[in-house]
Write a protein that binds this ligand. Structure first.
Ligand code: HEC
Length: 180
């Protein structure tokens, strides 16, 4: 009987581990996160050697891809976001993708992460139907990132983490989204 339970627990753990691996290998091109140095390292690269895409040209770009700012401080969610984000770290790239366009389902998220390039956020919403709201501007984008509200003041899906982020980092991140 005890053996049976142990087997079930082992199976569940294996399932979770596979799920996490799938999540990370999906974004294999993206930089790795602290604590998981091997994940995200391109095949053939030396362990520990920074892959070429680990070099960033701006603070905003670095935050987007690594969740760490230029001073080495980690950007953390205050609340919201799925469990794996808290366990393994991650940043905007984990959900909104390498090009900022989102559009792909993410593990443990009921909502598909949207396009968050500045151009997409600030243009009139034309996709009709669901969740109409005015276009974003810089102020409302910051509010979406830190408080999870859309321009109409409606709560975003809890899968979008509410980030603790300083003013300079927010400015730099938005600058990056303008170029994405
Ligand atoms: C765990 C997945 C996840 C991570 C990580 C994440 N987001 Fe999101 N984000 C979402 C989802 C899902 C939505 C859509 C929520 C909704 O429509 O209710 C969203 C919505 C947004 C929106 C509002 C877009 C809109 O059309 O209303 C902005 C802006 C945004 N995210 C920026 C960011 C930034 C910047 C980061 C990194 C600091 C980030 N997100 C990290 C999942 C994520």
């Amino acid at each position: 009987m005890k053996k049976g339970i142990a087997l079930i627990i082992a199976a569940v753990l294996l399932f979770l581990a596979l799920g996490m691996y799938a999540q990370y290998s999906y974004y294999r091109g993206a930089p790795s996160y602290a604590g998981m140095p091997m994940m995200g390292t391109p095949q053939g690269a030396q362990p520990g050697a920074a892959p070429p895409q680990m070099r960033f040209s701006s603070n905003g770009e670095m935050i987007y891809y690594t969740g760490v700012n230029i001073d080495g401080e980690r950007i953390v969610p205050k609340y919201g976001g799925p469990m794996w984000l808290y366990n393994h770290g991650g940043s905007c790239v984990s959900c909104h993708g390498e090009d900022g366009r989102g559009g792909r389902p993410v593990m443990m998220c009921p909502e598909i992460p949207p396009d968050i390039r500045y151009s997409a956020l600030t243009e009139e919403m034309e996709h009709g139907g669901e969740e109409e709201h005015p276009p974003y501007n810089k102020t409302t984008i910051k509010r979406a990132i830190t408080r999870g509200l859309d321009p109409a003041g409606e709560e975003l899906n809890p899968c979008m983490p509410r980030w603790a982020m300083g003013e300079r980092d927010l400015e730099d991140l938005i600058l990056f989204l303008k170029r994405a």
